[in-house]
Design a protein around this ligand. Structure first.
Ligand code: SAH
Ligand code: SF4
Length: 358
């Protein structure tokens, strides 16, 4: 999976643990500001002053897994489960497309049964067909067999997001049940890359017991596996999960800061990839997306899931309040009125790094 001859643009900081740790541990406001400014300058130079959009559709909260941090884990019996129909997913996609959202993320809980994988294949094919190939599709549907990834790719999905959550195996094992296997997750990332997807991964930043030492290793890991995109965000507590009991010293401000510093460090290490300012940032701070863009991110993911499903897709607390689905483009343009970067409509906004490496 790792490439020996990386084709990244020149990193702006050395890819060594001490350097990254030093940046992640910055606390003085001036130091943090200059880190974010360096990252934003690097982004301007490498990928331009543009914000790409991914309309995210959370089409089902049925999940066969039990990650200790996640609100829709299988054993959370308080969640009312839903699954959108193929017609509904297609209609939402086409409406978003007509509103200027050229690229979508289809996300859901993880299911590997045939009924589900075939449904996804059909719906991807249909969205591509009915948009005349116009809509770019990213999938975020967890770990699957290589054949399934292959079929979804052939149906028209061209990007895949699968967070490693943490590159540290011991920490991974502390926040997942025994049958959730770090090695399998790594293999999935490798398979996705071999099939030809633009591959995105990321970390769940600041989990209980995690320190900046592990996060520095995550940033190095992302570079080592030569990612095209990063979609990472701070861990946010969900009360109905086992991990909430261990989140005694949980602090919103710390989580936000860690999330922003990770974006900046990753931009400096991997100048030409796509990095998303994710919903978790916006949940922690009403300006979270803007702060993420100012720290080096170049993608935002407006939630275009219909309002009636939002409360049921609560991965973490406070999430459902985020984003406006009626006129996403207008909403975002107003939201980003004060920043230099411009929201780009009607585009896939593919990873420049992917184009270079292929
Ligand atoms: N089931 C798929 C996609 C949906 S979950 C998968 O797991 O890949 C998408 C992401 O939500 C996960 O990768 C995880 O990093 C994030 N997530 C889950 N619980 C969270 C929490 N409490 N705080 C922040 N992010 C969370
Ligand atoms: Fe399921 Fe994804 Fe949540 Fe894990 S993080 S429980 S796989 S939805």
């Amino acid at each position: 999976m790792a490439t020996e001859e990386s084709v990244y643009s020149e990193p702006q900081i050395p890819a060594d643990h001490e350097t990254i740790l030093g940046l992640l541990n910055l606390t003085a406001p001036d130091d943090k500001t200059s880190l974010f400014q360096d990252a934003a300058r690097t982004k301007f130079r490498e990928v331009g002053p543009r914000i790409y959009l991914r309309g995210i559709i959370e089409f089902s909260n049925i999940c066969d897994k039990n990650c200790y941090y996640c609100g829709i884990r299988k054993d959370n019996k308080k969640v009312e489960r839903f699954q959108m129909s193929e017609d509904e997913i297609t209609a939402i996609s086409l409406r978003a497309y007509s509103q200027g959202i050229g690229s979508l993320v289809l996300q859901a809980g993880e299911r590997c049964d045939k009924k589900f994988t075939e449904m996804v294949e059909r719906v991807v094919r249909r969205i591509k067909l009915e948009s005349n190939g116009g809509i770019g599709i990213t999938l975020s549907l967890g770990e699957q067999e290589p054949e399934v990834y292959q079929r979804w790719f052939e149906a028209g999905a061209h990007r895949y997001l699968l967070r490693i959550e943490t590159s540290n195996r011991q920490l991974y094992e502390r926040v997942h049940p025994k049958d959730h296997d770090h090695t399998v997750r790594l293999e999935c990332l490798e398979n996705l890359r071999e099939i030809g997807y633009q591959v995105g991964s990321g970390a769940l930043i600041g989990m209980p017991g995690e320190t900046t030492t592990e996060l520095a290793e995550d940033a190095l890991f992302f570079k080592k596996i030569d990612l095209d995109m990063i979609g990472m965000g701070p861990y946010v507590v969900h009360d109905q999960t086992p991990l909430a009991k261990k989140a005694g010293d949980y602090d919103h401000e710390r989580q936000l800061n860690l999330g922003l510093k990770m974006i900046a460090v990753c931009r400096l290490l991997m100048p030409d990839i796509n990095i998303a300012a994710t919903t978790a940032l916006q949940t922690l701070n009403p300006n979270g997306w803007e702060l993420g863009i100012r720290a080096g991110a170049n993608v935002v993911m407006p939630n275009i899931t219909p309002a009636k499903y939002r409360d049921a897709y609560t991965l973490y607390q406070g999430k459902s309040i985020c984003s406006e689905s009626a006129a996403p483009l207008e909403y975002l343009r107003k939201l980003f009125i004060n920043i230099e970067e411009k929201v780009v409509p009607n585009q896939w906004g593919d990873s420049l790094h992917f184009k270079k490496r292929t």
